[in-house]
Write a protein that binds this ligand. Structure first.
Ligand SMILES: Nc1ncnc2c1ncn2[C@@H]1O[C@H](COP(=O)(O)OP(=O)(O)OP(=O)(O)O)[C@@H](O)[C@H]1O
Length: 363
């Protein structure tokens, strides 16, 4: 079932000072398609949880409309919206067994005992909980508890699943495992899902599309590829992953490429933010893995640099490079250091990159 927000705004008023207002969500517009999984991503306080709570009905918007399955739900209370929320604190009942926890919602609905058993068995099998049915929550690991919470949400067959930072209480390894699990189950059931996180790699793993927010405002909505490789603006490029920003000026815009000049030298790039016009100030955004290092001084280079830090991480080698005339160091990552060679602190290197790895944004 689709979920649509039209011009949704939330203004909080300070309890002690009624004149003081704070806009937590500012004119948000998004349509989430049936069966799609969309993540709201952004720094703490950007308004992602408030937006989710507005969809669930736990919070009322100040202005704008919320549609679920094409139906206007502004005046529908949370329990009538056919959404189900999975929280970071699992909110499973400590005094009920796993099986009772999962079947709880079905019992509330007054379903027959044998149907409840059937439905509960099915979901427990899908979620790998079959052998844990009689355990109490206190006898479960964090990951198992989270799986019970998820099973309990899914067994009710909600039209929309809402996830509020569901994995933030788990350790790193379990988080990685659970996010692929959540994605697998979401796809299997085809449930429209909205997921809130401040963890980028979690967002990249679980999402069809990501909505990046800052200060209540949408910065970009796009696939993980678009968000990472084709950021709309400086905020998105800087917030998602790591990026190097090279100051440039737009000298020409063609059908297939943009020409920008760095220190007076023109070069063409195939990918750019389409609001840019000739004469605009721009940044070339280049991710650390897009940079190629070489010790060959005669190689075609973008700039030459000195290695100021070299960190070996096993799978990758990370470099911090200092470039004359630049205050900020340039960051480069080699994903195959054994083949590409190791550089050590103090080495001089030539730095180049393929224009396809770069993206041009407004400055
Ligand atoms: N009930 C409230 N009254 C006043 N201000 C609120 C209320 N709830 C949230 N806010 C403010 O609205 C802003 C957005 O909050 P929200 O919880 O949506 O952010 P978030 O992006 O989910 O952040 P986090 O990742 O820290 O949870 C914050 O500045 C928060 O302090």
């Amino acid at each position: 079932m689709s979920v649509e927000l039209v011009n949704v705004t939330k203004v909080f008023t300070d309890h002690d000072n009624k004149d003081k207002e704070f806009t937590a969500v500012n004119n948000v517009n998004i349509k989430i398609l049936d069966g799609e999984m969309v993540t709201f991503l952004g720094p703490s306080g950007c308004g992602k949880t408030t937006t989710l709570r507005i969809i669930s009905g736990f919070e009322n918007q100040t202005a704008g409309d919320v549609f679920i399955g094409g139906e206007l739900v502004n005046d529908l209370p949370a329990n009538k919206r056919d959404t189900s929320m999975v929280f970071q604190s699992y909110a499973i009942f400590p005094h009920l067994s796993v099986r009772q926890n999962i079947g709880f919602g079905l019992e509330l609905k007054g379903m027959k005992k044998n149907v409840i058993k059937e439905e509960t068995d099915k979901i427990m099998e899908t979620m790998g909980l079959t052998t844990l049915g009689n355990r109490q929550p206190s006898q479960l690991s964090g990951g198992q508890q989270q799986r019970v919470a998820l099973a309990r949400a899914i067994v009710n067959k909600p039209k929309v699943l809402l996830f509020d930072e569901p994995l933030s209480n788990l350790d790193a390894k379990l988080r990685e495992h659970m996010r692929t699990e959540i994605r697998r189950i979401q796809k299997q059931f085809g449930i429209t899902s909205i997921y809130v996180t401040h963890d980028q790699s979690e967002a990249m793993t679980v999402s069809d599309r990501i909505m990046v927010m800052d200060k209540g405002v949408i910065q970009q909505i796009g696939t993980p590829f678009e968000i990472y490789s084709r950021p709309q603006n400086y905020f998105v490029a800087d917030f998602i992953g790591r990026a190097n920003f090279i100051e440039a000026d737009v000298t020409e815009i063609g059908a297939e490429s943009i020409t920008v000049a760095v220190d007076g030298t023109d070069r063409n790039y195939p990918s750019w933010q389409k609001d840019l016009k000739k004469g605009d100030k721009a940044y070339i955004v280049i991710r650390p893995e897009g940079l190629k290092l070489s010790s060959d001084k005669t190689a075609h280079t973008f700039f030459s640099a000195a290695v100021s830090q070299a960190v070996y991480l096993g799978a990758t080698m990370e470099y911090e490079l200092s470039v004359e005339g630049r205050d900020k160091p340039v960051v480069a990552v080699s994903h195959n250091p054994i083949q590409e060679g190791f550089y050590k602190e103090g080495d001089r290197v030539s730095v180049s990159f393929d224009p396809v790895s770069a993206h041009i944004i407004p400055r």
